[in-house]
Design a protein around this ligand. Structure first.
Ligand code: NAD
Length: 474
């Protein structure tokens, strides 16, 4: 049992202003694994004040100074690598292999990438008689979700630090352990006091207080479209910048000339990965109508190979969902899929056979789904694949775009001219072709209701910078 009640404010671990404990549940056991505090106005005010004061010096710190801090953070992150992976597995149920390689690894990757970008980054440029300055925007409120917790935290904290911003982080209250360890890492690494602050809390509390705070200049939010919209509304009166990384319902178009078996299998495994809890999961698989049955069979075989079980076992490939709320939501959506007439190929509602504890669900495949069904429209955030049919490329593009979301798109096919044409027509921020995904320098973010920001690498710096033009300075 971890006791993570304190907040990290102005370079110190401090007690919360008021006693408001919150239990963190290990989703594999349903037992309390940690206790945190939910912050209040006084905690947020103290953290924002510390960040505001620290901005005076950190905003004018040299590139060399920031690079030295990054080197020190990266060294300490490596020291705590296994602690981080264990915390992620405990707080949100990722199998230890996934938590170690992909989840903890992505955090290290974003830190290294931001440091490399910083080394090359030009904060000034000349345009005619004007000098253009890129200046840090100020105090940033960083609000993150539970599904890829340290990935999300580092793809905000790293560019904020690199650009000279100061910040208050509020990780998800459902999975706050990795954020706590990350604060310990930054403390040990010698990040100057007040530059980075951590206040735990929930959305209606600390989330809203940060969004509406007059001394917070920018909010970077990752989470649901519902909460992202509330953040923007609460931020509007103070005209702060709000960048949003929100939900998705991404289409995976499998063309008739794709290596069909491997394409369907890869697509299905991508949905089951992280128990379906990835914003860019290819949850709507589009196949030629004539190959619907074949696709369903291949996807069912893929589902049968998923090892659902204890996240601590090396052989486990799928852990539980994060919470009882998420479990209920996924159950309801599976039942809705059946009621609305989708064909349940495998999986379905209820826990896997023999499982009594933990928020475990079955990898589930539906075929004969049409795009108006609830399971094709709502972000399920569980290991549920919907297979839809199409007859022409135009129809596939139309179905892919018929969603309020626009985070990612996937295309499988051999004719690159045809694939490139389809990629140009899909209204989404990231298109992956034939299983290729971008590296950590590739901008990540959505169109439409999937958000408006771009994270990762050099593109991720822009959200944290103001632009000043000084004319007459040559
Ligand atoms: N686009 C991306 O990059 C990306 C990445 C990961 C997750 N997501 C999305 O995140 C969602 C899953 O995460 P979640 O369930 O933690 O989302 P969530 O919206 O419930 O919570 C996300 C964060 O926002 C906070 N929050 C909730 N209500 C708030 C409010 N009114 N004001 C301010 N903060 C508030 C929460 O406490 C948490 O820290 C999914 O929709 C997923 O697609 C998007």
């Amino acid at each position: 049992m971890r006791h993570y009640q304190q907040f990290y404010i102005n370079g110190e671990w401090v007690n919360p202003a008021a006693d408001n404990s919150f239990d963190v549940i290990n989703p594999a056991t349903e037992e309390v694994c940690a206790s945190i505090s939910l912050g209040a106005q006084a905690d947020v005010d103290a953290a924002v004040a510390a960040a505001k004061e620290a901005f005076k010096t950190w905003s004018i710190s040299s590139k060399e100074e920031r690079i030295a801090i990054f080197e020190s953070i990266i060294a300490e992150y490596k020291n705590r690598y296994n602690d981080m992976a264990a915390a992620i597995s405990e707080e949100m149920g990722a199998p230890v292999s996934l938590a170690t390689k992909a989840q903890t690894g992505s955090g290290l990757g974003h830190l290294k990438t931001a440091m490399a970008v910083l080394k090359e980054f030009e904060f000034t440029e000349q345009s005619g008689n004007s000098r253009i300055f890129k200046e840090p925007i100020g105090v940033c409120g960083l609000i993150t979700p539970w599904n890829w917790p340290i990935n999300q935290i580092t793809c905000k904290v790293a560019p904020a630090l690199a650009t000279g911003c100061t910040m208050v982080l509020k990780p998800s209250e459902i999975a706050p352990l990795s954020g706590y360890i990350f604060a310990e890492i930054l403390d040990k690494a010698g990040v100057p006091k007040g530059v980075f602050n951590l206040v735990n809390g929930d959305g209606p509390g600390v989330g809203t207080l940060l969004s509406s705070h007059p001394d917070v200049d920018m909010i970077s939010f990752t989470g649901s479209t519902r909460a992202g919209s509330l953040v923007a509304q609460n931020a509007a009166p103070t005209v702060k910048r709000v960048t949003q990384e929100l939900g998705g319902k991404s289409a995976n178009i499998i063309l008739d000339d794709a290596g069909f078996g491997s394409a369907v299998k890869r697509g299905a495994f991508s949905v089951f990965n992280n128990t379906g809890q990835s914003c860019n999961a290819p949850t709507r698989m589009l196949v030629p109508n004539s190959r619907m049955e074949e696709a369903a069979e291949i996807a069912a075989n893929a589902a049968a190979r998923v090892q659902v079980g204890d996240p601590q076992e090396e052989s486990t490939t799928m852990g539980p969902l994060v919470s009882s709320m998420q479990f209920d939501k996924v159950q309801n959506l599976i039942e809705t899929g059946i009621k609305e007439g989708a064909n349940l190929v495998c999986g379905g509602s209820g826990k896997p056979e023999g499982v009594t504890k933990g928020y475990f669900v079955k990898p589930t495949v539906f075929s004969q789904v049409n795009n108006q069904m609830t399971i094709a429209r709502e972000e399920i955030f569980g290991p549920v694949l919907s297979i839809l049919g199409y007859d022409t490329d135009e129809e596939a593009i139309e179905i892919a775009n018929d969603t309020p979301y626009g985070l990612a798109g996937y295309i499988q096919g051999q004719d690159m001219q045809r694939v490139a044409h389809i990629a140009s027509k899909i209204r989404a921020g990231n298109i992956n072709i034939n299983g290729q995904s971008g590296d950590l320098n590739t901008p990540f973010g959505g169109y439409k209701q999937s958000g408006n920001g771009r994270e990762w690498g050099v593109h991720g710096f822009e959200d944290y910078l103001e632009t000043k033009a000084v004319s007459g300075l040559e």
